[in-house]
Design a protein around this ligand. Structure first.
Ligand code: BGC
Ligand code: BGC
Length: 736
């Protein structure tokens, strides 16, 4: 539709009709052929709102969407199509690894490819918008939603966020792309104690320096929508925070797209204690610049009255409505309200061979080898292998947020191993349940199949496991968190492998066999007491539809692992938050001259995490040498080279992630001990050496200085290059 036509349409709407464009309801209202049957009463909205609401949440599937859209339009005066939005976070039907695993690939181009495929599957299934990427920086593994983030580093997160937005949106081709909604703006990942929906409080400096850049990059990459977060930002919930939405997002960053609340977040302003009723909550949100109300009756039932009472300006509604209409127009809905939805194309595209192949590749690239005492890779011949554990033959490895995925598409680890080795050399036993008790999962848990069985016999499970282990040369133990122990509202304080599974591990260990532990989890777990009990550890995360195949590829050496952690694994949960780019403090434990007691440290635990940011092993080893910087003194406007040689010292080909960090020794405000500024993945044949060059200029040295200006400051810097944040070569330079 041309702009003039759109404006004409806009002017023809009544105030109510404009308001209804700002209302998002869940699919329950529209699911049957007859429009508008459903829980209206509970939400407190009228039939008129249902018939005119602007968008729907989490309904997907071409047949269903075509039907709903058709019915809706038949009853609609202006024939303004519904917008269909959904949580398609790391896959629609082909499920890729969870974002925290995707981060471990250190491969934004590959992640972009995944999002192109995700968008295509979603578009032919009728979705218009995905509530992704989640750009929240995370430092606290107690928080269940770390699984949805790419990790603890701002720079890496910006690269991934941009790749995802561009992958989803492409060039807006109807059957290949969807609009992207970055979330949760802002700083949702910093909830205190990692407790879900809890308080966030930080300085504006930290907010701008560490937390905001990934959302901003999404906006700069053309992201069409932004979702508000549940938390407060400087004392005011994001959903009613005018400074955040208007001053920062709209005015500073120039965002012209649509702002949507998180689920029922307007009404939650009341529980937060900044509004005493729906009406006040509505006023705060619309004045903050929030366009769409997800899942409450606040906007539909209060905006009109607020205007009539002269409490808010009508223009606010106009602006928001126009933004929604523009998005619909950009998606081409006025020309074709069904857009890419096609039952025929779904058959061609969903879980097609190409997507499955990509999922296997990405999944293998996301696996992180944490430990290897000469046990991996496992030889395919002449070894008897026992696969034991509740994740050995379990399809729930797609993880919690793959809400539209089908577990029936998953190849389990057991089936994938069976494809690789002689059946005579392979046996499997479950060993134990995932959890000793599932009741905490509650009603929600009953909706999701997390792999639990109803008829359990613990003694028999254990006996079987011991007997298959005794027959074997190597035991692969597939353990981990229940998939519902992470994800939204999956906060935990005791972030270990569940006790029932650790007991199994101890029993197997008594047999003296070689053990490879494969860990499925949505977060970094505390593995300190596990390390010495096993010979090898692969961190599998929730690896998606093709996780089984990818793991088998790595276990048997068809793929040399190359994943690198993007979130530190704590030594103890008491260290949390523990992250690599911390500040030095006035009494740094490594260099302070104070007596030992009076340094910044714990009495009962090291300061360092168990596995640091950037860490990950390979089946070969890499040697770093000859770090040189092209200038001792770097001037404004100049670019300097930092070069290093890397040699593959082992017997097989491998891909190393070469990481560049910088430290600014003295600033007008304190600066981190290390900050990632670049990385390169290099593939090396056995014995091969390559030189890797990074370019450093003023841009890499900038930060939010004392006056919150983003700029550089002169002084001494250190360049570090290495294979992880804790093992680098280093060299100084001066910036003048
Ligand atoms: C989550 C969002 C999600 C929304 C819609 C909320 O509970 O926080 O991430 O997009 O629900 O399903
Ligand atoms: C302590 C202070 C104390 C000072 C003098 C410092 O180490 O932090 O609380 O007053 O020593 O003894």
């Amino acid at each position: 539709m041309k702009e003039e036509q759109l404006n004409e349409l806009f002017y023809s709407l009544t105030l109510e009709e404009k308001i209804y464009q700002l209302v998002q309801l869940s699919g329950d209202f529209y699911k049957t052929a007859a429009v508008a049957v459903g829980p209206k009463g509970k939400l407190g909205i009228s039939q008129e709102v249902v018939d005119n609401a602007g968008s729907i949440l989490n309904i997907i599937g071409a047949e269903q969407i075509i039907k709903i859209q058709k019915n809706y339009l038949e009853n609609s005066r202006h024939k303004i199509p519904l917008l269909f939005m959904a949580d398609i976070i790391y896959g629609y039907k082909t499920i890729f690894p969870i974002p925290l695993a995707l981060g471990c690939t250190w491969n934004p181009d590959l992640i972009r490819e995944c999002c192109i495929k995700i968008a295509e599957e979603s578009a032919v299934s009728g979705a218009h918008v995905t509530f992704a990427p989640m750009a929240d920086l995370v430092r606290d593994p107690r928080w269940g939603r770390v699984m949805e983030s790419t990790g603890e580093d701002t720079y890496l997160n910006t690269l991934f966020t941009s790749a995802m937005v561009k992958g989803f949106q492409g060039d807006f081709t109807a059957d290949k792309s969807i609009a992207s909604c970055v979330k949760h703006f802002a700083a949702y990942g910093a909830s205190e104690a990692g407790r879900e929906y809890n308080t966030v409080d930080m300085s504006e400096r930290r907010l701008r320096q560490d937390y905001l850049p990934s959302y901003k990059t999404a906006v700069d990459s053309g992201c069409e929508m932004v979702m508000t977060s549940f938390n407060i930002v400087d004392g005011i919930p994001a959903t009613g925070n005018k400074w955040l939405m208007k001053d920062v997002l709209r005015d500073e960053w120039g965002f012209e797209g649509v702002i949507i609340t998180d689920y029922a977040a307007i009404q939650e302003l009341i529980a937060h204690g900044v509004a005493s009723n729906d009406r006040e909550a509505t006023k705060l949100s619309i004045e903050a610049g929030v366009d769409i109300d997800m899942k409450t009756s606040c906007y539909s039932n209060n905006l009109r009255q607020l205007i009539d009472d002269g409490e808010i300006k009508k223009e606010l509604i106009d602006e928001s409505c126009l933004r929604v209409l523009k998005l619909k127009n950009k998606l081409g809905l006025f020309e074709n309200p069904y857009r890419g939805a096609s039952i025929e194309k779904e058959k061609e595209v969903l879980c097609c061979a190409e997507n499955i192949k990509l999922a296997r590749k990405v999944s293998a690239e996301s696996l992180v080898l944490l430990q290897n005492n000469n046990v991996l890779p496992i030889s395919k011949k002449n070894k008897k292998i026992a696969l034991i554990g509740p994740y050995g033959d379990n399809t729930s490895i797609i993880g919690l947020w793959a809400i539209h995925g089908d577990q029936s598409d998953v190849t389990t680890l057991k089936d994938a191993i069976a494809e690789k080795i002689d059946a005579n050399n392979f046996c499997y036993a479950k060993g134990c349940e995932l959890l000793e008790d599932y009741t905490f999962l509650g009603d929600f848990g009953k909706m999701v199949n997390g792999g639990e069985t109803s008829d359990t016999n613990p003694e028999q499970d254990l006996e079987e496991a011991i007997s298959v282990a005794m027959e074997s040369d190597v035991v692969i133990l597939a353990l981990g968190e229940h998939m519902m122990q992470s994800g939204e509202a999956g906060s935990r304080t005791n972030i270990t492998i569940p006790k029932i599974q650790l007991d199994l591990l101890d029993k197997i260990r008594e047999l003296g066999k070689k053990i490879v532990l494969v860990i499925f989890s949505g977060r970094p777990l505390v593995l300190t007491n596990v390390l010495d009990k096993v010979d090898g550890i692969i961190q599998a995360w929730f690896p998606g539809t093709e996780g089984g195949h990818a793991l088998a590829d790595v276990l048997f050496g068809d793929v040399n692992p190359s994943g690198r952690l993007t979130m530190s694994f704590p030594y103890s949960v008491g260290q949390v938050p523990v992250y690599y780019n911390e500040f030095n403090t006035g009494r740094p434990v490594k260099t302070s001259t104070h007596s030992e007691r009076f340094m910044s440290k714990f009495l009962d635990c090291p300061n360092d995490p168990l596995f640091s940011f950037g860490y990950g092993l390979s089946y070969t080893t890499y040697e770093y040498s000859d770090l040189v910087v092209s200038k001792d003194i770097l001037k404004v406007g100049e670019i300097m080279e930092a070069k290093v040689s890397i040699t593959n010292k082992g017997k097989i080909k491998g891909t190393e992630t070469v990481q560049l960090y910088i430290r600014d020794f003295v600033g007008s405000v304190v600066r981190p001990v290390k900050e990632l500024k670049g990385f390169k993945k290099v593939t090396l044949a056995p014995g091969q050496s390559k030189q890797v060059v990074f370019y450093i200029g003023e841009e890499q040295l900038m930060f939010f200085t004392k006056n919150l200006e983003y700029k550089s400051e002169k002084g001494e810097f250190m360049v570090f290059i290495g294979g992880n944040s804790n093992n680098t070569l280093e060299m100084k330079f001066t910036f003048i």
